[in-house]
Design a protein around this ligand. Structure first.
Ligand code: MN
Length: 257
């Protein structure tokens, strides 16, 4: 099995190298990841400038590829023929923070897996729920081991085309994690605040600041599963149609008059 690994935090991020190390045990691995941090960049397709790709060495000395494109560009480049043989599995991560609820539309980690789903290839996003005020190095090993075990199983199972998996791992030692929960997206609570400052020439600029998002830990949701000590697996699809609302809008009788 040929696996493509990418991320949105950049080629030298420790979450990527921890996952690369584990994934080599289940297949042939190609790493193609952005040359800088694209976190919260959403789903990108770079069409108006060239994309450059060059070789890079990961921290453990293994060869990788990097590009000035976005995470979803990495997947498109690889699946359009840059990487041979064409990857059968795309793994994105490990992101240092959870991607929960509405985060999935902002997340470069998740949108890389979306790009795989568009191409008809199994895509898995892996994020670690590192506590907000964690200090010192982050231990990615438990999440990397879990991601690898799940990837091995998922590739043997009939995941429907167009479905990607958003996996979030609690920040716990491997033997303290209670299991796997299949979940739906929970409700994120964003606490963004607009910060207005002035540059040295007296002109205003704006920065979206504020606290990190919190969430409603309902049972059955991604947020709830992490709070209960489970690995959360949320199946996602790109059809965002609000199907239950179609009759409502049809009933409005909207017209061109
Ligand atoms: Mn990130």
């Amino acid at each position: 099995m040929h696996i493509l690994l990418t991320n949105d935090d950049g080629i030298y991020h420790p979450g990527l190298s921890a996952l690369a190390y584990q994934l080599r045990s289940i297949g042939e691995l190609t790493v193609l990841a952005p040359d800088h941090n694209w976190s919260a960049s959403g789903h990108v397709k770079t069409l108006h400038r060239p994309l450059r790709v060059w070789e890079a060495d990961l921290a453990d000395g293994t060869k990788a590829l990097t590009t000035d494109g976005a995470p979803s560009d990495c997947v498109a480049l690889a699946l359009l023929g840059l990487v041979q043989p064409s990857p059968e599995l795309v793994v994105s991560g490990i992101n240092p923070h959870a991607n929960l609820g509405h985060d999935v539309t902002y997340s470069g980690t998740v949108t890389a897996a979306m790009e795989a789903a568009i191409a008809g290839v199994t895509g898995i996003a892996i994020s670690l729920d590192t506590p907000e005020h964690h200090e010192g190095p982050v231990d990615y090993t438990p999440a990397a081991v879990i991601a690898c075990r799940l990837a091995r199983q998922i590739t043997q199972l009939p995941l429907p085309k167009g479905v990607l998996l958003n996996i979030n791992v609690p920040y716990l030692p491997l033997d303290s994690i209670r299991g796997v929960a299949i979940t739906r997206q929970g409700l994120r609570v964003y606490r963004d605040a607009l910060v207005r400052r002035e540059d040295p020439r007296g002109r205003p600029y704006y920065w979206i600041g504020g606290e990190a998002p919190s969430g409603v830990a309902d049972h059955g949701t991604d947020i709830g599963a992490l709070a209960e000590g489970f690995v959360s697996i949320t199946p996602l699809q790109l059809d965002l149609t609000a199907i239950p609302e179609i009759p409502l809008l049809e009933g409005w009788g909207l017209g061109l008059d």
